[in-house]
Ligand binder design. Structure first.
Ligand SMILES: Nc1ncnc2c1ncn2[C@@H]1O[C@H](COP(=O)(O)OP(=O)(O)OP(=O)(O)O)[C@@H](O)[C@H]1O
Length: 241
């Protein structure tokens, strides 16, 4: 199997705070990989170090066969990133945001189809800032997919979505996976992770706790489901430990 992303010994410090500590992981082509951990565990920092938007202190990262530090423009054409809504320009409409995003890439999918798939077609002329939290979240997923990426990074992809919208996103991610797209996600919803992810890595205080398929992790902890196993591994009150 071909590794789309390979992280070795990644360490990131913010002054004295070690946010990511000697992390190792490999993501194979076509899989849905979940990076899990409690608030502040280092998930977003890991993604930002992989993308190069934050400077790592130690370790090596290889994304789509290119070493961090030598990324070129072509690499960024092939990856999708879900940005937080706070990073969008002020007073921009949904339609304009899609057009802007599409203009940044050489190869794009028809964003109107994506907008329809995520049930946002009635919002095209609305300001992004006036969308509900869930609508903004859905838009952020649409924008991450506009360039038809080989790998997409989705940080807390369904936070704020209602149950129906979450399932719409799951459905769409499975379709993407069938098309061979690799998906790297973080989520605090263990039902979502269990339903979607082929493999997961649980981190705590920036360091690896356990990795494997959801089934392996459940079996090793003797838990009923992934949520119970997760609580067990991070040593939470109420988890079996
Ligand atoms: N710019 C920064 N300066 C100092 N500390 C930071 C900075 N950014 C993040 N941190 C700290 O690094 C740790 C990891 O943060 P990070 O955002 O990566 O966690 P996370 O796993 O994504 O959390 P969440 O699930 O809450 O989004 C946290 O303790 C956070 O407070």
């Amino acid at each position: 199997m071909q590794n789309i992303l390979h992280i070795r010994n990644l360490t990131k410090k913010y002054k004295d705070k070690i946010a990511v500590h000697k992390l190792n992981l490999a993501v194979e082509k076509g899989e849905i990989f979940g990076l899990l951990g409690p608030n502040g565990a280092g998930k977003s920092t890991t993604i930002e170090c992989v993308l190069g938007t934050k400077a790592k202190n130690e370790g090596q990262v290889e994304l789509l066969g290119q070493k961090l530090g030598n990324y070129n423009k072509e690499l960024f054409q092939q990856i999708g990133v879900q940005f937080q809504a706070s990073h969008y320009p002020d007073r921009i409409k949904v339609k304009e945001m899609c057009e802007l995003m599409a203009s940044l890439y050489v190869h794009t999918v028809d964003w109107r189809v994506l907008i329809q798939e995520f049930s946002l077609e009635s919002k095209l002329n609305q300001l992004v800032s006036s969308l509900s939290g869930g609508e903004r979240q859905k838009l952020s997923v649409v924008l991450a997919l506009i360039n038809s990426p080989k790998i997409v990074f989705l940080d807390e992809l369904t936070t704020g979505l209602d149950p129906q919208a979450r399932r719409e996103v799951w459905y769409y991610l499975r379709l993407l996976q069938e098309k061979g797209v690799t998906i790297f996600l973080t989520s605090h919803y263990m039902d979502e992770v269990e339903a979607l992810c082929n493999r997961v890595l649980i981190i705590h205080n920036g360091a690896q706790v356990i990795s494997g398929t959801p089934d392996e992790i459940i079996q090793k902890s003797d838990a009923k489901n992934l949520e119970e196993a997760y609580l067990h591994y991070i040593g939470a009150v109420g988890g079996k430990r």
